[in-house]
Design a protein. Sequence first.
Lengths: 279, 176
Amino acid sequence: MRVVAAQSLVEPVKRLCLAACCRLPQDVCDALASARSLEAEGSAAQSVFDQLLENQLLARQKNRPICQDTGMAVVFADIGREIWIDGDLTQAVNEGVRLAYTQGCLRKSVLDPITRVNTGDNTPAVLHIRLVEGDRIRLTVAPKGFGSENMSRLTMLPPSAGTEGILNQIVLAVTEAGASACPPVVVGVGIGGTMESCALLAKRQLLRTLGEPANRQDLARLETEALARLNVTGLGPMGLGGRTTALAVHIAAEPTHIAGLPVAVNLQCHACRHASEEV
Amino acid sequence: MEYSLRAPVSENDLSLLRAGDVVRLSGELYTARDAAHARFGELLSRGEALPIPKGAVVYYAGPCPAAPGEVIGPCGPTTSKRMDRFTPALIDYGIRQFIGKGARSSAVNEAMRGRAVHFAATGGAGMLYASRITACELVAFGDLGAEAVYRLNVQDFPVIVSFDLAGTDLYGRITP
């Protein structure tokens, strides 16, 4: 049994919030650069990619957010079952978020959905806890902007809809979102489970390394097909036309009920931000 | 075509712009997003004046707070569509130039035709846009924080005409 003081997680959560907001992961930078090379010289699409690449460089150099929408802080905590957490984990995570957003001059975007009164410090975080093997805690912070979150969807398809129905949902979500979701997007897809587990499964797919295929062959084929269909739409970066509408489609599946085929499509803008640390 | 123009853009220059033109704006913009628009709506329904001048350029944006030594934090565009409900009334009031991201509703496009222009800015390029802002001053609704109305002085602020006075919609041409 390893004892971890909840308070000791405040600093890592703060650090991860700031790192995720200010540094675009290298796989995303690489994907943007290679997408740029596919666009016609002098096209609007190419100038969008130039702006995005310059932007992430500025953010990195000045250690300031890539995007003003520094999101809701979605925090994933995978906790080894040999750990006893001494203190209030939720409170510690929220304290880390509070410190990052107030001291780090990030935007405070969280409010009461009815009164629309801002909480003032971007708390509460959305915290997903999972028990895993071992005596370590893996923390991941994924600040989620709402341009893309707003355009995400969950549909309870009939089983007869099959993979074609799933592909349709993916294409519809991205094309109806247009520029609002800030394409080129990363698409996280959850298939199966129940309504809420399907949505969370979709969100977890946004944390994967871009373009790394699903570990199930049928799902990997579905990913390839979905990505191809998205990129022939011609929507392009920021909806201004072009060859790259999505940088990646990541799909996962889990068993579901005989009567159902839940499909969640979680859209992520090109600022696909997340940072992880093991404690 | 590519232009470098003063903001707000003169009526004459506005009539020359076509969907797809690249424009670098230098001059004044006013930020306003969801919460500020809700208040604009209330003011207009009471027949009162808005806290921004007629003819102003409205930029749909809510910046990060400035860090020490900064003029402003990252300040890219937000989704224009969410402001659709208020836009026809703003056009009637005298606001004719909007900057944001994404297509507008057909009702807003109809209201803009011949009267207003929409410019598209690149979503997610918050630091790039902040680097083109030379001054920032709170104008109204300070209690709204990021959603308050700020007057920005900008230099070579890059946008693309997405809806022109002739009624051509760049997004409409591309929509799959």
